[in-house]
Structures are given as C-alpha cells and as structure tokens.
Design a protein around this ligand. Structure first.
Ligand SMILES: [Zn+2]
Length: 184
C-alpha cells in the first residue's frame, strides 16, 4: 500500500468528468490496489472521504467512512459512517438540497464552508467486489457521499455554496464555529 499525492484545487484533474470503471476491471490488481491506496491516503490525512480524481485517477471511484462496520440497507441517521468503497455511484436526492452543514476537502486544505445538501439520498453503486449495492443514507453519510460523487463530475464544494460568507480557515473554524456544527 502507498500514500498517494493529493491533487489540490487548480489541478485540472479535479475539474474533469471521471470515466466509469468497466465492471470487468474492478477485480483487477490495478483497481484493487488503487482502492487500498485511497483508503490509506484518506487515513493518513484524516479525511472522511476521498475520490479517485483527488489522487490523479480520473475514475468513478470513491472511498469514505469513519469505522469498520457492515454496510446495511440503511445507514444510521447520525454522524456514524462505515467504511465504503463505491464504484460508478448513482445518487437520487430525497428532499431539497437545502440542509446546510460544514464541509472541508483534502484538495482545498485548511478551509471550511457551509454547503447545502439533500438531507437524504438513495445510492446505487458497485462495491469493490463488483457486487451491486443499494442503500439509503442521511445526515453525515448523505453529505459525504454527495461531496465525493460531485468530485467524479469535476464539482468542488465551493461550487455548491450559496455564498462565500461562511468560508473560514481551520484555526478560526475551531475558535468560532465548531460548536455550531450540526451535520458534518
Ligand atoms: Zn473533497
């Protein structure tokens, strides 16, 4: 396993639409190693999610999560999130994308901002075994999955903000805003 270099805002790979992974390639050592390396990179930088374009691979894959647990049909509606690796994800938003919560991004270091997201989503994807998975998510997992899926379409969280008035550096976030946090 290896810790990969993370692309930062401004690198064109973050603005490209990533290509789907052919299901027949999921079991290949190249894709399996990429997923392992993405988990290791996410842990190294204490992220809660990481999409393949962020490590310079324009493929529709992301990893996310906070702890080991089986992925059930319904994610819990709180700040808990099992580790997942999702390939070619398709999201259906349930409810309006108007729930604001704090987000950060490993490609936009040291910055936080309030981003409106749908409170609940339905997710269809392939897992790293190539098996089709379907589940619903709300709360933090719904936010993280929307953020990571946006990366696959070249969208960064700044693009989703209603205004830049909430943008804050991490140090000021901890000083002034962390207590306001309700979702992420
Ligand atoms: Zn991000």
């Amino acid at each position: 396993m290896a810790i990969l270099k993370v692309a930062r805002m401004g690198h064109p790979v973050l603005r490209a639409k990533a290509r789907p992974v052919p299901p027949s390639e999921i079991a290949s050592p190249v894709v399996q190693r990429l997923i392992d390396d993405m988990f290791e990179t996410m842990h190294e930088y204490a992220g809660i999610g990481l999409a393949a374009p962020q490590v310079h691979e324009s493929l529709r894959i992301f990893v996310a999560g906070l702890r080991n647990a089986p992925v059930t049909d319904d994610f819990p509606e709180d700040d808990d999130m099992p580790f997942v690796a999702l390939i070619n994800p398709e999201l259906t938003l349930v409810g309006k994308p108007d729930h604001e919560g704090w987000e950060g991004c490993l490609s936009i270091p040291e910055i936080r901002g309030l981003v409106p997201r749908a409170p609940r989503i339905q997710v269809r994807a392939l897992d790293r075994a190539g098996k089709r998975v379907e589940f619903t998510a709300s709360g933090l997992p719904a936010r993280v999955i929307q953020h990571e899926t946006d990366h696959l379409d070249g969208i960064l969280f700044f693009d989703r903000m209603r205004s830049f008035g909430s943008l804050t550096y991490m140090e000021e976030y901890r000083r002034f805003h962390e207590k306001d946090e309700d979702e992420a």
